[in-house]
Design a protein around this ligand. Structure first.
Ligand code: F6P
Length: 377
């Protein structure tokens, strides 16, 4: 009898997930005579053994559907929220994996999912992952599915926000998803013609932003579009976060439990204060420039609806390459997009890493060549 593979989707939902599920399932069934069992709601469903057989009927008509037919969660195998506690349920997950006599478990997810998948690999399971996130910050792959669709949505939003900006001579700040990386804001900001783009990788000085807007105003452009990644931060915040993270690391190394807990608490408070600061930025820019300012937070719109053709094709390519690897006995890998190819990359090279925007990335250089303000000068 053919192999049996399990599949789950974990972390934030993303356009293209169903296209990937479909590609893994259809190629597994039709090319390799495999059986495919889907686990509901990420690692939680695997722990609770909640399943759905993914046969041809279940896989039909889902290519263009947003979200994930399997459901998802951010629950972690080793810290599963149960009854108000966080319990290590790795053992139960390993048991369920063997109960279904799986030959491999396919995990579709972003950075957090890759960390959890790698833990299960080290617990002895055969794992293959696919890179999914609208943030595009999974390491060792050119691109993750979901990113192209989210960039299209954010770009269209910026296009539309130009109407009110130039009609009312306003600053329109648009917050775009991306806590740890600025790919989405940088890409959509460039594609949408934003005048200022702020990303987590380039801490900003608000005076530089205000001066850039005032300069535009003096040049007759009474409006500005400011694309801001939700994880962007001022130079001062970045400095404080860096120092606090260093203190946490030092306290951990010195095994000073009290100092470690205090530093961790301070870091959590700092991070909490730092998120959602886009409204404060909007008000500050109005004060500094005297131009009316308004904020639009795109939020989960960027993850909604049908995937673009690019994301459908990318998810399908990676999905079929995934089952080909499993059929050939290749495991412990992420299927990475490398140009037009899909190549297996050892999970230990991906887990725990985040692909951030390098300061000399062509998109950054393009923004500077256009004279856009990135907040640092
Ligand atoms: O990781 C993808 C992402 O969309 C981030 O860009 C965003 O900060 C986060 O998920 C939102 O998480 P949730 O959907 O759990 O609110």
């Amino acid at each position: 009898m053919g192999k049996t593979i399990g599949i789950l989707t974990a972390g934030g939902d993303s356009p293209g997930l169903n296209a990937a599920i479909r590609a893994v399932g259809k190629s597994a069934i039709w090319s390799y005579g495999m059986r495919v069992v889907g686990f509901k709601d990420g690692f939680r469903g695997l722990m609770e053994n909640r399943t759905i057989w993914l046969d041809s009927d279940a896989l039909s008509g889902i290519l263009t559907v947003g979200g994930t037919i399997l459901g998802t969660s951010r629950d972690k195998p080793h810290r599963m929220p149960i009854g108000g506690q966080e319990l290590d349920m790795t053992g139960v997950i390993v048991e369920n994996y063997h109960k279904h006599q799986l030959d491999a478990l396919v995990c579709l997810g972003g950075g957090g999912t890759h960390k959890n998948a790698y833990r299960l690999l080290k617990a002895g399971l055969n794992i293959v992952t696919l890179p999914k996130t609208i943030d595009n910050d999974v390491a060792k792959t050119d691109i993750s599915f979901g990113f192209d669709t989210a960039m299209s949505i954010a770009t269209e939003a910026i296009d539309r926000l130009h109407s009110t900006a130039h009609s009312h001579h306003r600053i329109i700040v648009v917050e775009i998803m991306g806590h740890n990386s600025g790919w989405l804001s940088l890409g959509a900001g460039l594609a949408g013609g934003a005048d200022v783009i702020l990303i987590p990788e380039i801490p900003y000085q608000i005076e530089h932003v205000a001066e850039a807007i005032r300069q535009r105003s003096r040049g007759g452009k009474g409006f500005s579009i400011v694309a801001v990644a939700e994880g962007s931060m001022s130079v001062d915040t970045a400095r404080a976060l860096k120092a606090t993270r260093k203190a946490v690391k030092q306290a951990k190394r010195s095994k000073d439990n009290k100092a470690y807990k205090e530093a961790q608490k301070e870091l959590k408070e700092l991070e909490a204060r730092h998120t959602g600061n886009t409204l404060r930025l909007t008000h500050e820019l109005e004060r500094l420039t005297t131009l009316e300012s308004r904020l639009t937070i795109l939020g989960h719109l960027q993850r909604g609806g049908t995937p673009t053709p690019y994301d459908r094709l990318l998810a399908t390519r990676l999905g079929t390459a995934c089952t080909q690897c499993i059929n050939e006995g290749i495991g412990g890998v992420m299927i990475a997009a490398r140009g037009e190819k899909a190549v297996p990359v050892p999970l230990e090279k991906v887990a725990g890493k985040c692909k951030v925007v390098p300061p000399d990335h062509p998109w950054v250089l393009t923004a500077r060549d256009l004279g856009l303000c990135l907040g640092d000068c």
